[in-house]
Design a binder for this molecule. Sequence first.
Ligand code: NDP
Length: 399
Amino acid sequence: MGKVLVIGCGGVAGVAIHKICQNSEVFGELCIASRTKSKCDALAEKLGGGKTKITTAQVDADNVEELIALINKEKPDVVLNLALPYQDLHIMDACLATKTSYVDTANYEPEDTAHFEYKWQWEYREKFKEARITALLGSGFDPGVTSVFSAYALKHHFDEIHEIDILDCNGGDHGYPFATNFNPEINIREVTAKGSYWENGHWVETEPMEIKREYNFKGVGVKDMYLLHHEELESLALNIKGIKRIRFFMTFGQSYLTHLKCLENVGMTSIEPINYNGMEIIPLQFLKAVLPDPASLGPRTKGKTNIGCIFKGIKDGKEKTYYLYNICDHEECYREVGSQAISYTTGVPAMIGAMLVMNGTWAKPGVYNMEEFDPDPFMEALNKWGLPWEEDFNPVLVP
Ligand code: NDP
């Protein structure tokens, strides 16, 4: 049994914390710390009384000294960072100072530049090795489960993988003309950026939403999907030896795209500060404040998600294709933990990553992406903890 410190108390953390409390044989103690302590207290009150002992704290995760004091006081075995990507490096610094292992779900992004990549966190590799602690990066669904799926496919089904298409389909309907399923600021920064994919050893850049395909998703039906840049492409291109092409597609409905285009055209998605009535505001942050809180979508969302990877490669000298995916039902997630499936599909793998680091299964000094560890224990845990996977040995390929 061990102790986890969860930083952040939003949509994803809410699910991870439910799952931590369901898994009290591993997580004997939990501290929930976030900017707004009242949210931590409300969740602790809702889940308290079970076998996992819960405490709460207020912390500004941009303040390394505050983080160090909190970790020294709580003495967790692992810190699970479920705040925003802007906080990653501060929390990693505090973990280094206190020699505590670290897990997150999204790679670092500077707050003033809409650009994410692993270089900043990979620069911590030697420091984590020297401190003899583990940092596990990207333990959500995508990245996270998609990375584990890739390692699993390579271990059990291929001698070489040549192509991976990651397909992220959300067939859920929340009834609003426009809302985002996770933090609106992070979501909009991601989808308004240029797209890109990896091909024959280099990046090919596209305009935002330039490449569109249609796909018939099991459990959902036919959807339009668009090529985006996504963070797991960067580490998979490095870690899946012999890979020739990796692409990432996400489904979007027409209403979402029309609203987004309009908001973009009028400047509401900009992260450049503007002066409004003598006050400096960032349009995207103001937009976040007027959009529905993703946590409020839970009771309204119906339908399913289907997220997975289609692999193409060689086994025993023959060409082979293989599709690994999970289907998750928004309403079932809400009944179980009070959240919609986007938070659920991220919160469950976050708990599993923290568990595997904490119980030593995935503990290795240094900074690692998910596909660098043995996928089998994680795949087993997905089936056990609410994200069972399915396989298709003759999938329809994406043109
Ligand atoms: P939310 O906005 O719902 O929650 C973020 C939480 O972090 C809030 O509780 C917020 O506090 C807290 N927080 C923000 N800044 C600070 C700070 N400086 N100090 C302390 N706490 C802070 O986001 P989500 O739950 O939707 O997303 C959480 C993470 O999960 C993000 O990094 C996101 O990118 C990632 N993600 C990963 C996915 C994957 O598949 N890999 C998919 C979806 C999300 P407050 O309550 O005060 O606002």
